[in-house]
Design a protein around this ligand. Structure first.
Ligand code: SAH
Length: 346
């Protein structure tokens, strides 16, 4: 049996250059192919017009270009577009385009399913099947950038890793994808416009600080009392708030970058005075801001968005302590494209 062909995009530029040299060609050919693969995002060798037919055939014999396919597309009444993305091995993940007046944001997935078990999140019901490769994350960004140009006449401006999966449980590939997204040899986007959202894996947050990453960090906090947090995000037992706080202090000391806490207020779960007090205390660790996100129902009776009075109390209490707080309205709810609703319903 013939050995399985390697995915050419798993090779670094250096490896691609070495491949051509080894095969009696110029290393420079590697640069040309690399540019087609990443900067121009081609998915077939035949379109590489400055590469000879013979070389293209040689590449075809040795490699495949695994790539994603937009399998389904749903458009919300607010303009949000949810894409079902088919991976080369048939798995489906979801990526969302979120337009606002001035921006287009891509919300991308990092895993098939999710490693974590947050009770309020639809994705947690899907077992983690595998991590996405860097090219699969990159391709989602390219696909949404194209949709943004097609439907909104402007380029993609921001990226959030808030789709399916826990990005820090696939840290290596997420980092590689961001390297490609920000490199002039890839999409040349600014890392300031990229936000990685995590439920909080302390060891990896410290690693990110050591790696001196330049993108933004958001932490899905939802509760600042261990008992409460563990009851809705069971993995908190393994990574308690104290460890999370330590890693965030380390992050801030190393990078000088603030953190955004994402927080949903639920009726009877985290809407008490002591919950607010704990959040205010947690916010003292490092400079931060709080995004209060609207709850997107996932048919689980235990979770109901708290009353607007409870939310107003949160806002005024945080503001009294000079903590910046934003209220985030959800987008694409009518098509299950909002935070926590990604679960391949179709
Ligand atoms: N695993 C990562 C990224 C995916 S979730 C993380 O936990 O951050 C993206 C955001 O949506 C997180 O802040 C998550 O807590 C939030 N979220 C999950 N389910 C939600 C729901 N049903 N309604 C509103 N936000 C939700």
């Amino acid at each position: 049996m013939k050995p399985k062909k390697k995915d050419i995009r798993s090779l670094s530029k250096e490896q691609l250059r070495a491949f051509f040299e080894k095969n009696g060609d110029k290393a420079f050919r590697g640069n040309q192919v690399y540019e087609w693969l990443w900067h121009k995002s081609l998915h077939t060798f035949d379109e590489m017009t400055n590469i000879s037919k013979q070389t293209r055939e040689m590449l075809q014999e040795n490699f495949v270009i695994n790539h994603i396919e937009v399998d389904s597309m749903q458009r919300s009444e607010d303009g949000t577009i949810k894409n079902g993305i088919r991976l080369h091995d048939g798995f489906i993940v979801e990526s969302v385009l979120i337009p606002t007046e001035k921006r287009t944001t891509a919300c991308v997935s990092s895993q098939v399913g999710c490693s974590l078990d947050c009770h309020f999140c639809a994705t947690s019901r899907l077992k983690r099947m595998r991590n996405l490769n860097p090219d699969e994350i990159y391709d989602q960004v390219v696909a949404i950038d194209r949709q943004s140009q097609l439907y909104y006449n402007r380029k993609l401006s921001n990226i959030v890793f808030m789709g399916m999966g826990e990005p820090l449980m696939n840290y290596k590939n997420v980092l590689k994808s961001i390297e490609k997204i920000t490199s002039p040899e890839g999409l040349g986007m600014s890392s300031k416009r990229i936000t990685v959202s995590t439920s909080g894996v302390p060891k990896i947050i410290k690693k990110m600080a050591n790696d001196e990453v330049k993108f933004n960090l958001a932490v899905s906090l939802h509760a600042a009392i261990d008992k409460v947090r563990s009851s809705i995000m069971p993995f908190n037992e393994k990574f308690p708030l104290k460890d999370l706080a330590d890693s965030l202090i380390y992050w801030y000391e190393k990078t000088g970058r603030t953190v955004t806490y994402e927080y949903v207020v639920w009726d009877g779960i985290n809407d008490k005075k002591e919950d607010i007090k704990a959040l205010i205390d947690f916010c003292q660790h490092i400079p931060c801001k709080v995004n209060l996100i609207e709850y997107n129902p996932i048919d689980d009776g235990r979770f109901q968005q708290a009353s607007s009075r409870a939310i107003d109390t949160y806002i005024s209490s945080l503001e009294k302590h000079d903590i910046i707080v934003n209220v985030r309205r959800s987008r694409g709810k009518d098509i299950d494209a909002a935070c926590g609703q990604l679960a391949n319903k179709s």
